[in-house]
Design a protein around this ligand. Structure first.
Ligand SMILES: NC(=O)c1ccc[n+]([C@@H]2O[C@H](COP(=O)([O-])OP(=O)(O)OC[C@H]3O[C@@H](n4cnc5c(N)ncnc54)[C@H](OP(=O)(O)O)[C@@H]3O)[C@@H](O)[C@H]2O)c1
Length: 424
């Protein structure tokens, strides 16, 4: 299947790169062989981070629309115009369209889907909300039989980064914004992010999917984070809350509630631990209860990965696929746990006398088990707990060491050995 990519910026380059690098893998997994045949940019002479043959640059959209070898058009230009016109023209030319453009969907989803239906071609948009997080497909397909009652998300990475830094470092909004701009996490003109408009666009898309209703962007109550002071974050924490820029869509007796605003959420809520540039959407449905989808909401490869998933889905529909993805599995085996490396918590019950710790530490050392921390408790009891946290150790060596330790007269019991995940 032939693919044309409109826009070769952050995401476009990622898409072209993944499609070329992973072409064989994608074919193996999906049965579709995808080839990027044309790209369209605003300035073909610009120096880019990817090398493409000159003849791949289309001179205009018409060249792509008239090319019968192009089946899927991927819109990665962004903004409303000409993105909207190009999407409509491509659908009318019976090409499947994939877009990552939340703005065009927030304003024109109803119209664009009507054109897609009329022309009987697919329009996919997984990357428009939550970048690399599979979000649209779970909401539209996996939850098709569930009655969604609310969607609540941290769907703007820039503001989440700023609020996280303000919270951990106590710095002001202005200081953190300047740092975010230096690091490339915030645009030179940050207003679309910090005033909530970007999140509002995405909320319109989420609400459409969750409640089958396309609301107007102007119906979203939208407040940004400029007024948040580190003092507010501290007081909120004292009350047991985190402050996050939340996008909330809820079905209520009065109708659909749609708001983007800084919000206090309890520190124990899963959304409270979504930090830095990460995004997450918390969905509640009558049938499933609570689900949280978490991951990278932006960036070249996370976003491009979602776009490529859409291209495969669109290409399969066009090619009349009648089965699910034809995954093939090689027979294999997992590595023995004895060969694996990890950190461990070890609790021994030992005799309460001087020298015990030294004897045990010696054996651990001889078996290449390096200890990160020790807790020795007790006195005045027959046996006392002696607890170690190890650095990364080969499980086989640990087992050998523990076998020797178990034979020491001062050790009454190896009470527990528990794996520690992700260091400590
Ligand atoms: N960046 C992310 O992490 C991210 C995450 C999720 C969704 N998205 C969405 O993905 C889309 C693309 O974002 P991006 O960050 O990749 O944008 P970008 O880096 O600004 O790239 C935009 C591309 O569009 C091209 N372009 C602009 N006007 C054009 C026109 N009139 N005709 C043809 N090409 C035109 C530009 O050409 P030149 O290179 O010649 O200037 C550029 O290659 C947007 O809808 C965005 O909201 C982005």
């Amino acid at each position: 299947m032939g693919v044309a990519v409109l826009g070769l910026g952050t995401v476009g380059i990622g898409v072209v790169d993944i499609l070329s690098k992973n072409r064989a893998m994608i074919f193996n997994r999906s049965g579709v062989d995808l080839e990027v045949r044309k790209v369209l940019v605003s300035n073909p002479n610009k120096k880019r981070e990817i090398d493409l043959a000159k003849d791949m640059f289309a001179k205009d959209i018409e060249e792509i629309l008239q090319d019968d070898e192009i089946d899927v058009v991927v819109e990665l230009i962004g903004g409303l115009s000409p993105a909207k016109e190009y999407i409509i023209k491509a659908l009318e030319a019976k090409k499947a369209v994939v877009t990552a453009n939340k703005a065009v969907l927030a304003h024109h989803a109803a119209e664009l889907f009507a054109v897609a239906r009329k022309n009987n071609v697919p329009l996919y948009y997984e990357a428009s909300v939550g970048g690399g997080i599979p979000l649209i497909t779970p909401l539209t397909e996996s939850l098709v039989g569930s009655n969604i009652t609310s969607v609540m998300g941290i769907i703007n990475g820039t503001t989440n980064y700023i609020l996280t830094k303000m919270s951990t470092e106590g710095s002001s909004f202005e200081e953190v914004l300047a740092e975010a701009q230096r690091l490339g996490y915030a645009e030179a003109d940050p207003s679309a992010d910090v005033d909530g408009l970007d999140a509002a666009h995405k909320l319109v898309v989420l609400i459409a999917l969750a409640f089958d209703t396309h609301i107007k962007l102007s119906d979203v109550h939208c407040e940004g984070i400029r007024k948040i002071d580190p003092m507010d974050i501290k007081f909120a924490r004292d009350f047991g809350y985190a402050i996050k820029l939340l996008a909330v869509g809820k079905k209520t007796d009065l109708g659909i509630e749609a708001r983007v605003q800084p919000t206090l959420i309890p520190l124990h809520h899963p959304l409270a631990s979504v930090n830095n540039v990460f995004n997450a959407v918390f969905v509640e449905s009558e049938e499933v209860g609570e689900i949280m989808l978490y991951g990278r909401g932006a960036g070249r490869y996370p976003t491009a990965s979602a776009v490529v998933g859409d291209i495969v889905s669109a290409a399969r529909i066009l090619s009349g696929a009648k089965s699910q993805l034809p995954r093939k599995f090689a027979m294999g085996s997992a590595v023995s746990v004895k060969k694996t490396v990890g950190c461990y918590y070890i609790r021994l019950m030992v005799e309460d006398r001087p020298g015990v710790l030294g004897e045990i530490a010696n054996i651990l050392g001889q078996n290449n088990v390096s200890v990160a921390s020790v807790i020795q408790e007790g006195r005045a009891q027959d046996q006392v707990p002696l607890v170690f946290l190890t650095h990364e150790v080969n499980y086989g060596s640990l087992e050998k060491g523990l076998e020797l330790i178990g034979r020491l007269p001062c050790v009454r019991e190896i009470a527990n050995v528990i794996r520690v995940e992700r260091g400590y």
